[in-house]
Design a binder for this molecule. Sequence first.
Ligand code: MIC
Ligand code: SF4
Length: 641
Amino acid sequence: MGLTLTEKILRAHVVDGEFKKGAEIGLKIDQTLTQDATGTMAYIEFEAIGIPRVRTERSVAYIDHNTLQNGFENADDHRFIGSVAKKHGIYFSRPGNGICHQVHLERFGVPGKTLIGSDSHTPTGGGLGMLAMGAGGLDVAVAMGGGAYYITYPKVVKIELVGKLRPWVSAKDVILEVLRRLSVKGGVGKVMEYVGEGVKTLSVPERATITNMGAELGATTSIFPSDEITRKFLAAEGREEVWSEQKADDDAVYDEELTIDLSTLSPMAACPHSPDNVKSVDELGEMKIDQVCIGSCTNSSLADMMKVAHILKGKTVAPNVSLAIAPGSKQVLNMLAENGALADMIAAGARVLESACGPCIGMGQSPNSAGISLRTFNRNFLGRSGTKDAQVYLVSPEVAALSAINGYLSNPTTLGEMPEIKMPEKFLINDNMVELPAAEEDADKVEILRGPNIKPFPETHPLENEIACKVSLKVEDNITTDHIMPAGAKILPLRSNIPEISKHCFEVVDEAFPARAKALGKSVIVGGTNYGQGSSREHAALAPLYLGVKAVITKSFARIHAANLINAGILPLTFADPADYDKIAEGDDVTLSDIFEAVERGSMTLSTAKGEKIELVCAYSPRQIAILKAGGLLPYTKSGK
Ligand code: MIC
Ligand code: SF4
């Protein structure tokens, strides 16, 4: 029986566990990446583990998220990360060098390797044929130290691409179509593997757009084969020697299959406030808009930017519309500057931003009140833009650029013939903004530079046999980590300071939550399906840990967040019967007893003060039980397990 590409890479990297769908397996990790918003904590954790030098083939620390420096905090974090990187053997991509996923694709990704990153869009590397996954900071810290990364052995979904995209229809429309069909929960426990004739019509950055936003399906990751197109891309990056062919066997057996005929797709938009709320641009009509933002790790390659510049050339951004553009990397920005496309953008009135996440994570460019914003990004969760009542639509760069000129949502296929945008044989290669680590023998001389806002990891608590407390919060389905631990320009600078950032926990849902949870001292949270989808930020587990949350009881969890809860020593529990969700209210007194026995059995009983008995599922692996008993992954790892 033939193997899928996913299984081939898994088999080449497995160091613990057995090949059984649904079972936990430990993987050897070849590469890691961090970004600054999750990186400070990841490196505090790495320091606490106490391994002097990373044991991966390549670890890179990027500065791209918190680049709005409206106080000393972010700049201090950058300096801290730079010094840790130098000391411990990590490459350091300085602010200005670009968004982690775009730069990693260009300069570091290697087909067939495993990569984990403390950012949920790490699957961007799947565009190169890597098995690239988002993870919590602690998991990345452990992998940097040479430890295995554990996932549930995934199902593999075959997404067969046939045909070719019509002019002005974009890779973004492919992933929007997948999201429309499968929803934000459709990929949980699965790897999406792209195959078929249509694959050959897509460039590496286009493939990366699709694997990047596969994160929004809740998928473990997404992957394309590595073929001749991949080889040419790597050759243009001056890295042909790292290329290898990676593909599934012809007779590979998949768990599920889906076919997409590229030639039938049309421009689409994900409507507020979820990436799977997808409609066609035609269906939405000529909606008036206030803002357009182009960039992010989903859509900021050279080809994307060239198409945008082509549409903007000789035109002016419509009155009352603000157009912001952030090219994804210094390489892209520099090439746009050299070939004149940047001048076309500037002349049209675009507000050109540095190569960083910027508006995607609410770091500036918040829309006006109730503003309609078109963004080429991957998430449009409520409040993420920084304006709570903004209406954010996720679209392709082509739709974004044309709409910015027209002042209303526009379908670019009306533009007719698409000019051929030729990619250069060689990209502009200049790694002068990547600092190399100190030689091992000089590492002792490197001083770690810590700012006053950088606080230690919160206190951890070993699992207790009984938890009797109140329900401090009850929330609905599809709660994102942006609800649990919001980002944006005001809160992101607190990522290195758990006591401070905890004051904002769940504030989008209920401003009184942090004070209430703190006053209770001990509590549990109740949620609906797909709880914790979105970002990999472990702060969405560390803030609840600091506020005394002992367990989170839901109808289902998103993968990375469930792992982050266990890593923080908090019990993720699911209702055996989802209808029991209705039997618990906020403020109820509840008791979980005989926990030690229950975790071994895989089921736990929750009793309410009203006398109800509710069955909960806790299907943990022996490793996860040991982590919970130790009080989280950090004490577990430090104890030498
Ligand atoms: C995001 O897109 O939500 C982020 C910001 O990149 C996060 C990481 C973070 O919260 O720092 C992610 O996707 O994991
Ligand atoms: Fe940055 Fe946005 Fe990509 Fe997250 S999704 S890594 S914030 S560009």
